[in-house]
Ligand binder design. Structure first.
Ligand SMILES: C[S@@+](CC[C@H](N)C(=O)[O-])C[C@H]1O[C@@H](n2cnc3c(N)ncnc32)[C@H](O)[C@@H]1O
Length: 276
């Protein structure tokens, strides 16, 4: 069993680009975005571990800044809780009392059959080889162990984001050089996701659709959006004077919108399954 400060490396270029992106945004992610997603990680944990007293090892793969680790500790009081993430800078944001392991979901540094439960909130769509990651998770789980994930499903129209994209297009920012969701087409399709889980050796699969809601202020939307996400990666490629002008134009356009224009809403999928 790996624990403490373990580290493995990934070589495929998509995974390397995802790690580079999260290393760059780790502090902003932890300060401005993690709490919005943690609501769903916590709800998943409650659903997956209604009685976690018998559990000994619980892992969160792709734990990022680790906001859900304390909830796992509360739900499984006798378990050793391990936070696992591809990106060391994200793990540095997590509480240090937990074991933190820098590793790729596609090559987990744990012996087969050792984990009692694994959670992956907002991670599966990032993994280029989804079948490999799911079979790695299945391998590390004991038979009868629990698996849970949250993934993006549908987005409602988001007026502030549309304005943001229009301004960035107008300033001629090149396309996103490093798209981050190589498996989204599968993870956002409940039928395909279920087949992927069955193929990896999971049963008792349940997938439910839950609401997602986030309502930042205009200032917070702008602060977060110029660091995190596809549009941030686009404007970063502009020469600095054009980038400054683009951000000023975006601020001007966004300041004309009503507060409700900043509501980001839609749905996410909650997935629970058992290792067969
Ligand atoms: C959207 S964040 C989610 C973080 C946390 N689960 C949450 O809900 O706030 C995605 C996290 O997954 C990690 N990640 C991406 N690809 C991964 C992989 N192949 N293996 C392990 N972690 C990965 C990233 O480094 C990042 O911390």
């Amino acid at each position: 069993m790996a624990a403490g400060s373990e580290k493995t490396t990934s070589t495929d270029p998509t995974t390397a680009a995802i790690r580079a992106n999260y290393s760059r945004v780790a502090t902003t992610y932890a300060g401005q975005w993690a709490e919005t997603l943690a609501h769903h990680g916590r709800a998943l944990a409650e659903r997956l571990l209604p009685d976690g007293r018998a559990l000994r090892w619980v892992g969160e793969v792709g734990c990022g800044p680790g906001l859900v680790l304390a909830d796992l500790e509360r739900l499984a009081p006798d378990a050793r809780v391990v936070g696992i993430d591809l990106t060391e800078e994200m793990l540095h944001q997590a509480p240090t009392r937990f074991d933190r392991v820098a590793a790729d979901a596609q090559a987990l540094p744990f012996r087969s059959g050792t984990l009692d439960a694994v959670l992956m909130p907002f991670v599966l769509f990032h993994v280029p080889d989804l079948p490999l990651a799911l079979s790695e998770v299945r391998r590390t789980l004991a038979a009868g162990g629990s698996f849970g994930a949250v993934t993006w499903f549908e987005h409602d129209p988001h007026q502030a984001y549309q304005v943001w994209v229009e301004v960035i297009d107008e300033y001629g920012a090149p396309p996103d050089p490093a798209p981050q969701m190589p498996s989204h087409a599968v993870t956002s399709d409940p039928g395909k996701l279920e087949i992927a889980l069955q193929t990896a050796g999971f049963g008792s699969i349940e997938i439910t659709v839950e609401r997602f809601h986030h309502h930042p202020t205009a200032a917070r939307f702008l602060a977060h959006s110029q660091v995190i996400g596809a549009m941030a990666r686009r404007i970063e490629q502009l020469p600095s004077d054009r980038r400054t002008a683009c951000l000023a134009a975006a601020e001007r356009e966004l300041s004309r919108l009503e507060p409700d224009a900043f509501i980001e809403s839609g749905t996410v999928l909650y997935v629970t399954a058992t290792a067969t």
